[in-house]
Design a protein around this ligand. Structure first.
Ligand SMILES: Cc1ncc(COP(=O)(O)O)c(C=O)c1O
Length: 370
């Protein structure tokens, strides 16, 4: 009899992987459409295609650069990100997407047996990574998707479990709501744990006029807060894989030492430098997307759906029959995010994409729900 090769690994038992997303080709084949008919409203990526400055950066990138490793210190990239968000470059830790940095934060803070507190529903990677690190997760689940937990409801279990790490997603995926700076302060101030604030949708919240939601100023006086950002959503670089962590002064050297040396490729760095160089164009796009988000939300309310008031580039709503609606939309190539189980069961999430794509979705929704 063959022995189980898992015996050779640190984690031998079952693990909870990140749920794999179906491919465009797989989705198209499942409903007998050609791949070009598929529109992904389920990924929260940037509607309207690449930012013009990204296209320009790609055209002028010289593949000869890829022969060398480049700057292991990411100096240009960190300077560009730092000046965009008003933080000194050494406090910016780049990675291949926010996902890599969720792993970095988790591995830096917790190990087997440590407690991690995660309010739910939220982005699944926080729990996946905690599980891989061998930590135990305390999930604080909302009573209703529209009612986010008050800071005290997160802090209390963090204190009683002696948690070393607390995740907060703000704006939250999939509910879209955000915590104010004073709420985050109430949660983190004096807590003997790292509070990691995932803000990969922050630029959209700012574009929709939300004030006081940027968590970075907290680090001026709190040494236990880190903030996660990404260029995947707001800068249209999901497939290029680039995110960054902003850390307080006192943790900057340590996180710099813990990061992978060069997980952000030179090609991706070039795209990012392009995208960040035209701040005005990015902001204009964010404002346009959030107008589209409101249009989509209004259309869904008109059809009698319960809609969450979100600050991200997506709309979360409850139709009468989520599975039936998602199935009918898929037959037209319109892919929405479904939640077959858990606290979001019965809800759907749709990314606000470009105006013409949203018009297709709204027309289909009117037909199906009207
Ligand atoms: C809340 C949240 N955090 C992190 C990520 C991952 O971002 P990235 O593509 O930069 O790894 C996502 C992607 O959907 C997300 O929704």
């Amino acid at each position: 009899m063959r022995r189980d090769p898992h015996r050779l690994l640190r984690l031998r038992g079952p693990i909870q992987p990140y749920p794999l997303e179906p491919s465009d080709a797989g989705l198209a084949a499942s409903v007998g459409l050609t791949e070009d008919r598929i529109i992904r409203f389920d990924m929260n990526t940037l509607g309207g295609g690449p930012l013009p400055a990204t296209v320009e950066a790609w055209r002028s990138w010289d593949p000869a650069e890829a022969v060398e490793y480049g700057d292991l210190g990411y100096r240009r990239l960190r300077a560009a990100i730092g000046s965009t968000i008003g933080v000194p470059p050494h406090r910016v830790i780049p990675g291949a997407g926010a996902d890599e940095l969720i792993r970095l934060v988790t591995a830096a803070v917790v190990g087997p047996g440590d407690a991690v507190v995660i309010p739910a529903p939220t982005f699944p990677m926080f729990a996946v990574e905690a599980g891989l690190a061998g930590a135990s997760v305390t999930t604080i689940t909302r009573e209703h998707p529209s009612r986010r937990q008050p800071p005290s409801a997160i802090r209390r279990p963090a204190e009683s479990d002696g948690a070393r790490l607390v995740w907060v997603c703000s704006p939250n995926n999939p509910t879209g709501d955000a915590y104010s700076l004073s709420e985050l302060r109430e949660l983190a101030s004096g807590l003997e744990a790292v509070v990691a604030v995932d803000q990969v949708y922050l630029e959209f919240a700012v574009a929709s006029g939300a004030l006081d939601v940027d968590a970075i100023p907290l680090m001026d006086d709190l040494d236990n807060v880190v903030v996660l950002r990404s260029l995947a959503k707001a800068y249209g670089l999901a497939g290029a894989r680039i995110g960054y962590l902003v850390v307080p002064e006192g943790l900057a050297q340590r996180f710099d030492a813990l990061r992978l040396p060069l997980s952000v490729s030179l090609a991706t760095q070039a795209l990012a430098l392009g995208a960040l160089a035209d701040h005005e164009a990015a902001t204009v796009r964010h404002v346009a997307i959030m107008l589209e988000q409101r249009r989509l939300a209004d259309a869904l309310r008109e059809q009698g759906c319960e809609v969450l008031d979100g600050l991200g580039n997506f709309v979360t709503f409850r139709p009468p029959d989520a599975a039936a609606l998602a199935g009918a939309l898929l037959k037209r190539g319109l892919v929405l995010r479904e939640y077959p189980a858990g606290p979001m069961a019965g809800w759907l999430r749709a990314t606000a994409r470009a105006s013409d794509e949203n018009a297709l979705l709204i027309a289909a929704l009117r037909q199906m729900l009207g």
